[in-house]
Design a protein around this ligand. Structure first.
Ligand code: GAL
Length: 411
C-alpha cells in the first residue's frame, strides 16, 4: 500500500501547480462515524500540503440533519467545496436536476475512473449531460448482526426468513429476557423496513415499487407492513430514542440478539469498539434476502460555485484513487468499488462483502438515496410515523402511494 501511495503521489507532483488555501468538506460523518473520513483528510493533507481542510460535519445517522443544512446552504448560494451525497436518485433527482453541480466527465477521463469503476455504478451517477460525483465506497444495507457466542449460549439459530423470526426466534429469545431485535431512531425503522420489503416481496416486486410497476397499495406491499408490525413487537419500546450506534451497542452488550443495519456497523464495531469480525460479531444477509446485496454508495461532488474549485478537484481525485479508497474503506466498513481494489488489505467481513457484491443479485436502497427521489424518501418518514401511530398497514400503504403519486416516483 505504501509503495502504491508513493507512486501515486509522485505522479501527482508531475501534474503541475498545487492548489492553495482552504477547502470545506461537508458530511454527516461526525464522532464515531468520523475515523474513515479523518484518514482520507489526513492523506489529502500529506498529498496537497498547501491546502487546509475544514472538516464540516453535521451529526445524525444517514444524513437526516446534514441534508437539511446542505439544502439551506446550497439554496442560499453558500455551497461547501465538496459534499457527501448518495449515488443514485439522491444525487441525480436533487442537485443535478436543480443544475447545481459541475460535470466531472473530464476528471473521470483524466484519472482513468471510466475504466476503474463498474459501468453500472457510473450509470447511477450520470445523466446524458454528464457524470456528477465520485463514489468513495459501496455499503450494504441488508445485514443482520449478532454475537456468535451469545446465540450459542441462548441456543438460537440465525432465522432464514422473517416468518421464522416472528414465529420461533423472537419468542425463544424473549423467554430468556433478551430483546430479539435492537432498533433505533426513526430512520433506522425505514432502514429495517427496506430489508423486510425486499424479503417479503422478492427482487422483482421490490424493484417494481421504484419503477411504478408495483403499487404500495397492492396487497403484497400492504402485507409488508403487516410483517413489519410483527417484527416491531420484537424490539425495545425505547428504540426511537437510540442512535444506530446505541442499537448496535445493545447487541454487543448481549442485551439484544440481532440488529439489521448497514455495514457501517462493521466499521463501528471494528474501528471504534475494536472487535474481531467473526468472533466479536457475526453477520448474515438479513432474513429472507440471502443472495441479494442491497447497495448504496457514498460519493462526493463538486457544487457550482465551490469557493476553492481547484482544491476541490484534487479532493475528488483523492476520493476516487486507490490509496484514498483503501485508507477510507478499511476503516469505514464498506468496500471500494474500484475494480483494482486490493482485498488483502480488508478484514474478513469486508472480504465477504466484496465476494457477495460481485456474485449476488444487486438492488438499491431506499433509505440511503439509491432508488427514489429525495422528496419521496424524506416523506417516507411521515409514512413511518403514520404506521407507528395507527398500527394500520392499510393507512401506511395508502400514504406511501399518495406520496409516490405526488412526487412522481418511477417517472
Ligand atoms: C448512510 C451512509 C453511511 C453511514 C450511515 C449512517 O446513509 O451512506 O456512510 O454514514 O448513513 O450514518
Amino acid at each position: 500500500m505504501v509503495r502504491r501511495l508513493v507512486v501515486w503521489m509522485a505522479a501527482l507532483m508531475l501534474t503541475g501547480a498545487m492548489a492553495q488555501g482552504e477547502i470545506e468538506i461537508f458530511s454527516w460523518w461526525a464522532g464515531d462515524e468520523g475515523p474513515a473520513l479523518e484518514a482520507l483528510i489526513e492523506l489529502y493533507g500529506e498529498t496537497y500540503p498547501g491546502v487546509d481542510v475544514v472538516n464540516a460535519t453535521v451529526t445524525g445517522g444517514s444524513g437526516v440533519n446534514a441534508r437539511a443544512v446542505l439544502k439551506t446552504r446550497m439554496l442560499g448560494g453558500d455551497p461547501p467545496d465538496s459534499f457527501q451525497v448518495h449515488a443514485g436518485q439522491e444525487l441525480i433527482g436533487t442537485w443535478v436536476a436543480a443544475n447545481r453541480m459541475e460535470d466531472l466527465t473530464d476528471l473521470f477521463e483524466e484519472e482513468g475512473f471510466m475504466e476503474i469503476f463498474p459501468a453500472g455504478l457510473i450509470e447511477q451517477i450520470s445523466t446524458e449531460e454528464g457524470i456528477w460525483s465520485v463514489p468513495v465506497n459501496i455499503h450494504r444495507s441488508n445485514v443482520l448482526w449478532f454475537v456468535p457466542g451469545n446465540l450459542e449460549e441462548w441456543g438460537v439459530d440465525i432465522p432464514a426468513d422473517w416468518g421464522e423470526f416472528v414465529d420461533s426466534t423472537c419468542p425463544a429469545i424473549q423467554a430468556q429476557g433478551v430483546t430479539p431485535l435492537a432498533l433505533g431512531e426513526n430512520w433506522t425503522h425505514n432502514h429495517l423496513w427496506e430489508s423486510v420489503a425486499l424479503a417479503e416481496l422478492g427482487v422483482e416486486a421490490y424493484n417494481g415499487l421504484w419503477d411504478g410497476s408495483v403499487l404500495f397499495s397492492d396487497a403484497e406491499a400492504v402485507a409488508v407492513w403487516e410483517r413489519f408490525g410483527q417484527i416491531l413487537d420484537c424490539t425495545d419500546d425505547d428504540a426511537a430514542g437510540l442512535s444506530w450506534q446505541q442499537a448496535t451497542d445493545r447487541v454487543v452488550a448481549g442485551d439484544a440478539a440481532f440488529n439489521v443495519m448497514g455495514d457501517w456497523a462493521a466499521g463501528y464495531m471494528v474501528t471504534t469498539l475494536e472487535l474481531e469480525p467473526g468472533e466479536g460479531f457475526g453477520w448474515a444477509a438479513s432474513p429472507g434476502t440471502d443472495g441479494v446485496f442491497m447497495w448504496l454508495s457514498d460519493s462526493f461532488g463538486l457544487p457550482i460555485g465551490a469557493p476553492n474549485r481547484d482544491a476541490a478537484l484534487d479532493w475528488l481525485r483523492l476520493v476516487g484513487s486507490q490509496p484514498g479508497q483503501d485508507a477510507f474503506n478499511t476503516l469505514k466498513g464498506s468496500i471500494s468499488p474500484r475494480l483494482d481494489s486490493d482485498l488483502s488489505l480488508y478484514n474478513a467481513y469486508l472480504q465477504s462483502a466484496a465476494e457477495d457484491w460481485s456474485t449476488n443479485e444487486v438492488v438499491g436502497s431506499l433509505t440511503h438515496g439509491t432508488v427514489a427521489k429525495e422528496t419521496f424518501m424524506s416523506e417516507f418518514a411521515t409514512v413511518m410515523e403514520i404506521y407507528l401511530s395507527t398500527g394500520s398497514a392499510e393507512a401506511a400503504a395508502n400514504a406511501a402511494q399518495a406520496i409516490a403519486n405526488q412526487t412522481g416516483l418511477g417517472q
